[in-house]
Design a protein around this ligand. Structure first.
Ligand code: GAR
Length: 196
């Protein structure tokens, strides 16, 4: 292979999905080059540092994040952006500039339990509240609508009778998220290189 797609991962928190990308041997068409956080204390930054990946913190306020992130992506020649527990909505200019090159992992089966305000543990709380028996995770392209872009991969996970939001979150991560995100990242990098 002549070249690999250069990947930036956007994070806001603990970064277990970032760790899954770092540890995966699925990603052959891309390389992790940059980790961008909107939170200075995100543990994900420590994971990046331990893996020898450049980490950057950008201010979360207003349109400042998007503008500075675009500059960073361009100066680092980034091809693909992976949102891995990134709890901020990207604006139109950003999404248009990276059309079909930004993907996100969501901890439910879209179009259920998604959209504005549905993130992290809140998703699993809502799943348990509603009493559904099957949940899961989705990787999708990012467009302007919250969790509204085209679906790339999904995987179902069973909800067990004595689940708490935390036990369910953990099972969704282990059985779905940490497997799906590397697979989808490879898929998107491969398609990007083939189209070039
Ligand atoms: C993950 O469960 C991810 O799917 C979710 O936040 C968690 C971050 O965990 N993302 C969303 O809810 C986006 N709507 P991590 O920092 O350990 O990867």
């Amino acid at each position: 292979m002549l070249r690999k797609a250069r990947i930036a991962v956007f994070v806001s928190g603990s970064g277990t999905n970032l760790q899954a990308l770092i540890d995966s041997d699925e990603i052959k068409s891309g390389e992790l080059c940059l980790v961008v956080s909107n939170k200075a204390d995100a543990y994900a930054l420590k994971r990046a540092e331990a893996a020898g990946i450049r980490g950057e913190v950008l201010p979360s306020k207003g349109t400042e994040f998007d503008r500075r992130a675009l500059e960073l992506l361009e100066s680092n020649n980034i091809d693909i952006v992976v949102l891995a527990g990134f709890l901020r909505v990207l604006g139109k200019e950003f999404v248009d500039r990276y059309e079909n090159r930004v993907i996100n992992i969501h901890p439910a089966l879209i179009p259920s339990f998604c959209g504005k305000g549905m993130y992290g543990l809140k998703v699993h709380e809502a799943v348990l509240e509603r009493g559904v028996r099957i949940t899961g995770a989705t990787v999708h392209y990012v467009n302007e609508a919250a969790d509204g872009g085209e679906i790339i991969l999904q995987r179902a996970v069973e909800v067990l009778p004595d689940d708490t939001p935390l036990t369910l979150q953990r099972r969704v991560m282990e059985e779905a998220e940490w497997k799906l995100l590397p697979l989808a990242t490879e898929l998107v990098c491969k398609m990007y290189l083939e189209d070039k």
